[in-house]
Design a protein around this ligand. Structure first.
Ligand code: APR
Length: 255
């Protein structure tokens, strides 16, 4: 609603530190499926236990290795959408903006966001199972991985796996420390495209709210976190965020 947008823009314009906390919905308009949307969500079509756990990987490394290559191919072909670009531009007009994302697609950085905390890792990186040697850059495409064993780590020989956080796994310590500290001292958290069903990432807006921050949520549907929001902007990120950016610009120009 216009009033909601005006209120959200006022909150953003008054923010010192703005933390943008994004989930899969942020990349939906880049053609990357979310996880829990009814029909096309990945977990409506694939079994997370089999594909996004270490047990699943150890039980069938070929299946997991090739499924992530299939997802990685889609990520590498995807382009940031107007929502990603709006977030990148917002960083140029508020005093301090940090993106904390659950997404592993790298699209915030591709859109120009320079300060991105990836709390669930990156599908653009792989690491080895035993020693955690990390590799990025040119990675094999799906056709090269289909029903192939994961290649051995060039350093220690143990199998390579995606450098993403699977269910039941710890989040990267440095990312967690930074994300939770930012949430605890931000003036505003802009919560975009997350169902708020996966912990501990879902706690971030609660940490921010407890510390006195205002919460703005952007989502076409209500989420598990909508109850924490001071303003709920109902709609797709690719449309709402550019509108919010324009409204903030108008406010700051008028002031
Ligand atoms: N713009 C904004 N939000 C959208 C859009 C859109 N165009 N389309 C869908 N959404 C919303 C959905 O309404 C839903 O609330 O995005 C959210 C997607 O929720 P999930 O699919 O659960 O994605 P996410 O919350 O990021 O999942 C968290 O679960 O599987 C794990 O590690 C994986 O990081 C992922 C985590």
């Amino acid at each position: 609603t216009p009033e909601g947008l005006a209120r959200a823009a006022r909150i953003v314009a008054d923010s010192g530190l703005l933390v943008v906390s994004s989930g899969a919905g942020m990349s939906r308009e880049s053609g990357i499926p979310t996880f829990r949307d009814a029909m096309e969500g990945l977990w409506a079509n694939f079994d997370p236990q089999e594909l996004a756990t270490e047990e699943g990987f150890r039980a069938n490394p070929r299946r997991v290795w090739s499924w992530y290559a299939w997802r990685r191919d889609r990520v590498m072909q995807a382009r940031p959408n107007p929502g990603h670009f709006a977030v990148a531009e917002l960083a140029g007009i508020v005093p301090e903006l940090v993106v904390v994302t659950q997404n592993v697609d790298g699209l915030h950085a591709a859109a120009g966001s320079r300060d991105v905390v990836e709390v669930h890792g990156s599908i653009r990186r792989v690491r080895c199972l035993d020693r955690g040697h990390v590799f990025s850059g040119e990675l094999p495409v799906y056709a090269e991985c289909e029903e192939q064993d994961p290649p051995p780590c060039p350093v220690c020989g143990s199998p390579l796996r995606p450098d993403v956080v699977w269910f039941g796994e710890m989040l990267p310590v440095d990312a967690v420390e930074r994300a939770w500290s930012l949430a605890g001292r931000c003036d505003t958290m802009l919560l975009i495209g997350t169902s708020g069903t996966v912990w501990p990432a879902a706690e971030l807006p609660l940490v921010a709210r407890r510390a006195g921050a205002r919460i703005i949520e952007v989502n076409p549907h209500r989420s598990e976190l909508t109850h924490t929001a001071d303003v709920f902007l109902q709609g797709p990120a690719g449309e709402v965020l550019p509108a919010l950016l324009a409204e903030v610009r108008r406010l700051l120009a008028a002031s």
